[in-house]
Ligand binder design. Structure first.
Ligand SMILES: Nc1ncnc2c1ncn2[C@@H]1O[C@H](COP(=O)(O)OP(=O)(O)OP(=O)(O)O)[C@@H](O)[C@H]1O
Ligand SMILES: [Mg+2]
Length: 258
């Protein structure tokens, strides 16, 4: 059954005179993979924060078929994983990469159990799968931006959420690792009943499984539908206010610009 797991009705976020989200309506069905695409400052992170429960808004938000109240209940919070845009940490903060990953399992264990050997083994298996086992015993604060982003992603995956929100999860990764991480995201999407929302402005690196795009510009939803139509030269040039040309070669999408 494909019920809506996320439903926005007239969601507006305002800060002072700034309208960060302007009357957005949006429905996402279970197991969909949606790209949230738009230029800097469009409101993409704000939209994820509304879903994650970190943003005040007006309008109606329903998650998993229930209308959300002001205070997010713990059960709903645990069903939503979030990979933030920037994962910053004080270099002196005394935690190892593997310990940071294993915190993803804390929610599932309940209040009175802390992660033990079983959870650490699960974390290690996942880190091996993500080719980051060599980072396990490194202090988190000493990792590079890209390595930290992988830790953040592993932590969110270990949480086994029903909705996974990712804010430019591959922005700091080199091309090979970007491809690897996107493949992994697609694999998890097929294996679990996971609903994925991925924010990006890199239109050259869109996973094949992402079939729907929501285009945001200046707090407004300007397009919602099939990704191939969204990626037309006209639509993208208008969105980024720069002449871009998209073309397909051997089923792959390319973007060219002057
Ligand atoms: N506390 C705030 N007060 C006023 N304006 C804010 C505040 N926080 C964010 N904004 C503005 O809201 C707009 C949307 O921000 P948001 O972070 O959602 O954009 P974004 O689409 O994620 O951009 P980027 O691609 O750069 O990450 C931006 O113009 C930003 O400057
Ligand atoms: Mg952002």
């Amino acid at each position: 059954m494909n019920r809506h797991v996320i439903e926005f009705e007239g969601i507006t976020v305002r800060k002072g005179n700034n309208l960060l989200l302007d009357n957005i309506s949006l429905s996402v069905s279970s197991t969909e993979f949606v790209g949230i695409i738009g230029p800097n400052g469009a409101g993409k992170t704000t939209l994820l924060n509304v879903i994650a429960g970190f943003e005040q808004f007006s309008g109606t938000l329903s998650l998993f078929g229930h209308q959300e109240s002001r205070k997010r209940d713990r059960q709903t919070r645990l069903r939503i994983g979030y990979v933030p845009q920037l994962f910053q940490i004080d270099p002196a903060f005394p935690i190892l990469a593997s310990e940071a990953v294993v915190t993803g399992s804390i929610g599932r264990l309940g209040l009175f159990r802390s992660p033990g050997r079983e959870e650490m083994e699960r974390a290690m298996r996942l880190m091996e799968m993500m080719r980051m086992a060599h980072l396990a015993d490194r202090p988190l604060g000493q990792l590079s931006g890209g390595e930290r982003q992988k830790v953040s992603l592993a932590r969110a995956i270990l949480q086994q959420p029903d909705i996974l929100l990712m804010d430019e999860p591959t922005a700091n990764l080199d091309i090979a690792v970007q491809k690897e991480v996107l493949d992994l995201i697609c694999e998890i999407h097929t294996r679990q009943d996971l609903t994925l929302l991925l924010v990006t402005h890199d239109v050259t690196m869109l996973p094949a499984a992402m079939r729907r795009a929501v285009l945001l510009d200046n707090g407004k939803k300007i397009y919602d539908g099939d990704i191939d139509t969204a990626m037309s030269s006209e639509t993208l040039s208008r969105l980024f206010q720069y002449p871009l040309e998209t073309f397909d070669r051997n089923g792959k999408r390319f973007v060219s610009y002057d």
